[in-house]
Design a protein around this ligand. Structure first.
Ligand code: ZN
Length: 491
């Protein structure tokens, strides 16, 4: 038996533990009674220790190293073994006490951040955040690889394997100029349209709408569920079990509609992974940007398109009734594509979204590289919002404290969202060479799009991002497709 074959029971155990932990997490987020949450989190920690222990099992480590030496692996297996070697190497370098302390520091910081955000109190979280950033800089040293040029490269590599700061700078720099330069003309053009009224709709009606939206975009309700949480998310719990959540704002039905389509888009990718990925344990290896590519493809490229607007309007007429019975398609289209100079990333429009991301990217890059200090972040944030988006940030809650990422220690994640937009536009360009995307959207039947994605894209999403985009489209990431797409839609 080869070393790789001997690893099978370990992989099996890991998959079962991951499945179990996902079920518990989903329960904590959606269903568990308040008084039970601490106990369930304790349960999660128990299984997490069990899971992490596998990576430290001497026999497991020996077999992983032997599998690498023996070779003869298919491409998925080779990637999996390389991932495991990296994790093993990291854990070997990191003293256990330090690992435990870092985790404790970031949990504490996140806990204080929640209160600080509600209280609009930056000073409250500052000492905890300073500690966390100091820890992260230490962690970056352990993650450093010979091809990294900056400290921040270590974190980018965690989410987008092979992507460096230089790669991202080369894309984001011109994109920022493009978006800022054309924003006034986009807003001027938009002001020529009279928007239909945005009226309140109760949660029940919106919940019924959600249950029509999911199958309309190709999400399989027999292999997933929809629940309600404050922050929408999706989770590939297991094969044939891909779950989504949303929130309902009575005053703005658009928020839930596009959360449902976004999270549904994530899960459509998960629901369509081929058996090959499960058999080789690379299901879930898709990078953050690859996942955001598909959620944002459904949310924006399809969901906010003129061609799909009649389908969405039809579902609003059926479920929300009221003003939709009179609304025309043109008005509806403008209502779901309203561009504005705004403060909050998660509620921002398709056009300005990347500017919100670029601000965060530039700040976290400079912070981790030691070019700015933690204390100076709120001012730097305000300055960039004024410069790129033309808005004044009135307080910490709507500024530096709005997103959880940094306060939980996730540096390097933000760029994924914008990279996902870029990949999505590139995929649309190539998809249009094979099938008529507009026609499928107009017909309200996305089957040809789903078939294309399944065959040409999802099947390879376990690859590293740079290899994947070449496999799917035949060329490396090219930001021109995204700026062309925006120009066509908004100019
Ligand atoms: Zn997402």
């Amino acid at each position: 038996m080869t070393a790789y074959e001997q690893l099978a029971p370990y992989f099996e155990k890991k998959e079962r533990l991951r499945h179990l932990m996902s079920l518990i997490s989903f329960d904590v987020e959606t269903t568990a009674p308040e008084e039970a949450i601490e106990r369930e989190n304790d349960l999660l920690n128990f299984y997490y220790a069990e899971y992490a222990g596998i990576n430290q099992d001497p026999e497991f480590i020996r077999l992983v190293k032997a599998a690498k030496e023996e070779g003869g692996l298919n491409d998925a297996q080779a990637l999996l073994i390389d991932d495991l070697l990296e994790q093993i190497e990291f854990m070997e370098k990191l003293p256990m006490e330090e690992f435990v302390e870092w985790n404790r520091d970031s949990s504490k910081c996140m806990e204080v951040w929640k209160k600080a955000k509600n209280a609009n109190d930056w000073a409250m979280v500052l000492p905890y955040f300073k500690k966390l950033v100091a820890n992260k800089k230490e962690e970056a040293k352990l993650l450093a690889k010979p091809y990294h040029k900056t400290t921040y490269d270590a974190f980018l590599d965690q989410y987008e394997k092979g992507q460096t700061e230089a790669d991202v700078d080369a894309v984001f720099g011109p994109l920022k100029e493009f978006l800022s330069a054309h924003l006034p003309e986009v807003l001027a053009k938009q002001s020529a349209y009279a928007l239909p009224p945005l009226l309140p709709h109760d949660q029940d009606a919106q919940a019924h709408l959600s249950m029509d939206l999911l199958p309309a975009i190709g999400y399989d309700l027999k292999r997933g569920v929809l629940r309600e949480t404050e922050h929408p998310f999706s989770d590939s719990v297991a094969k044939d079990d891909c779950r989504v959540t949303t929130h309902y704002y009575v005053e703005d039905w658009r928020s839930s509609m596009f959360s449902v389509i976004h999270e549904g888009g994530h899960s459509i990718q998960f629901q369509n992974w081929p058996a090959y990925q499960f058999e080789n344990h690379v299901n879930g290896r898709a990078s953050a940007a690859l996942c955001e590519t598909h959620s944002r493809f459904f949310e924006n490229i399809i969901g906010r398109s003129r061609d799909f607007a009649p389908t969405l309007l039809g579902l609003c007429r059926k479920n929300l009734k009221g003003e939709f019975l009179e609304m025309d398609e043109e008005g509806f289209y403008h209502l779901i594509n309203q561009v504005s100079r705004s403060l909050i990333r998660t509620e921002s429009d398709e056009y300005t979204y990347c500017l919100h991301i670029i601000i965060r990217y530039e700040l976290e890059r400079d912070l981790i590289n030691g070019k700015i200090e933690v204390e100076d972040l709120p001012e730097a944030w305000k300055k960039k919002y004024k410069e790129y988006l033309g808005v004044d940030v009135p307080d910490f809650t709507q500024g530096i404290l709005q997103d959880v990422h940094w306060f939980g220690g996730s540096f390097g994640y933000f760029p994924s969202y914008a990279l996902g937009n870029l990949y999505g536009a590139q995929i649309l360009h190539y998809m249009n060479q094979d099938i008529n995307v507009a026609k499928a959207c107009q017909a309200g039947n996305l089957t040809p799009i789903l078939d294309w994605l399944r065959e040409k894209d999802f099947a390879y999403d376990y690859l590293n991002p740079k290899d994947w985009i070449i496999k799917v489209t035949g060329e490396p990431m090219n930001p021109k497709y995204f700026t062309d797409y925006l120009a066509k839609k908004f100019f």
